[in-house]
Design a protein around this ligand. Sequence first.
Ligand code: ATP
Ligand code: MG
Length: 566
Amino acid sequence: MKYSQLLIPTLKETPKDAEVVSHQLMVRAGMIRKVAAGLYSYLPLGLRVIRKFEAIVREEMNQSGAQEVFLPSVIPGELWQESGRWDHYGKELLRIKDRHGNEFCYGPTHEEVITDLVRQTIRSYRELPVNLYQIQTKFRDEIRPRFGLMRGREFTMKDAYSFHTSWESLDTTYDAMRDTYNAIFNRCGLKFKMVQADSGAIGGNFSAEFMVLAQTGEDAIICCASCGYAANVEAAELVGPEHPKSQVIPVAEAIETPGKKSVAQVSEFLNILPSGVLKTMVYQADGQTVLVVLPGDREVNEIKLKKVLKCETVGLVDPAEVAKKLPGNHPGYIGPVGIITVPIILDRSVLNNTPYVVGGNAVGIHLQNTVVGRDFSAQTVADVVNAAAGDQCSHCDTGVYEIHRGIETGHIFKLGTKYSEAMSCTYTAEDGTPQPMVMGCYGIGIGRTVAAAIEQNHDNAGIVWPSALAPFQVSIIVTNGTDPGFIEVGNQLYSQLSGKFDVLLDDRTESAGIKFKDNDLIGIPYQIIIGKKWAEDQKVEIKTRKTKHIELLSLDQVTDYLAALT
Ligand code: ATP
Ligand code: MG
């Protein structure tokens, strides 16, 4: 393609609203433009990259035996009512009405539609298993759309759903999808990790996420270098503590801690470690107030908390509301001693037979030497905190956890019969009885993966595309776009390379400097420069974008040189 005919509106300035480098570079490279929060138009260059990634996904999915379908993005509310999610999915679900007042939603995911399709079309155990996928637009009214395509409201997802007669059969397809995802992300040249995940609102018993490693990733990943266990921090398990033996601890006493509200302030004031202070957090769980008590150096893991409380929603109570929920108590000074009106959830890592400082339930007062069981007790003791770097690994005896950051680009779930039972998606078994199908589902964020690839592959000059995702593999830069001799060589090379490689001919009349900058910004892996060296001794320069290495070649050497590299 000719650069002069393409819409590639590159920018020198970094857009103000773009916080992460992938978002900045996608806008600066003329790949995307914002329409509204979380909504983007894909321009020719952006779309080429998206299509390249989709082609890889499609090839690998087809290779695994999955079949491509295409489902509507607007879904009747009735299907979501049947599955039970209409009332539970929350505000991410964009609900709309048609002219007759019928309710619909814009699909954030497609379990309901695919289950409805399969229950209409598959009857017998002989027709199973089947794995159906689509590459399609989703809409989720995300609370904080940000980072460009990374967390959009409208975005493209590859979603696949498999249907089985047994869990064993599901295991086979789940493993095949795991291998397929590994192949897809490897082909893109990405550094990634597969980690144990929480199954979240979609449900099911088991799931894994594919995390592209990047400092800017929204997810924290726990890894054990010793045994290889890796999990999203949301799901990472913690080993229970070893409690010290019984010992004599002085009676609890109140101490004045004027103005010291946070763990950091209290521990500094009393000259003790933050782990010696217990935090008491006031939560609202499905409308009920609960107190969560945990060591001062830990963070509450709301996903674990939700599971422990078996509730749909948990959220911190606004400090201004605390006095209303717990009459007489004051934010910053709340503690578990003497609380009888609300249930207390105690994190499992709080030690028995150990003195702690806790809030004194009065302004400017804490209590020291309080002991679990002696001075306060809890309705529930459970693992409700995030794992942290240095914690002992829950899967081996020797390892400790490290923390990395990642971008979740893929997710595979074992759903079981959650949807098939709710929606009567049954098959006739060999013995003639109707049985619910066992299901799995498998997603990849298309735009998010492209953005993650940029997070991992860029430098000061712009994007450094991995070859498989580059919008063009090779560009031919005619440094003097008005010199007939240069133009002729450019055209000659263009026809020599077209068909063998994805080639961009930069035939613009812009200055050489602008062309070099633009080609680096949009990240073309190999740039053939027709410039001074051509004028001097009929050689072109081939620059490798990533290493900046330059090779001088005559025209007849160019094809073989590139073929060996791409
Ligand atoms: P997250 O925790 O990041 O919100 P999720 O668990 O909601 O992700 P899934 O429902 O598993 O995501 O969706 C499958 C894939 O779709 C994700 O792995 C991700 O790559 C992509 N994805 C999810 N939400 C978005 C979004 N708002 N914008 C772009 N891609 C997304
Ligand atoms: Mg989400």
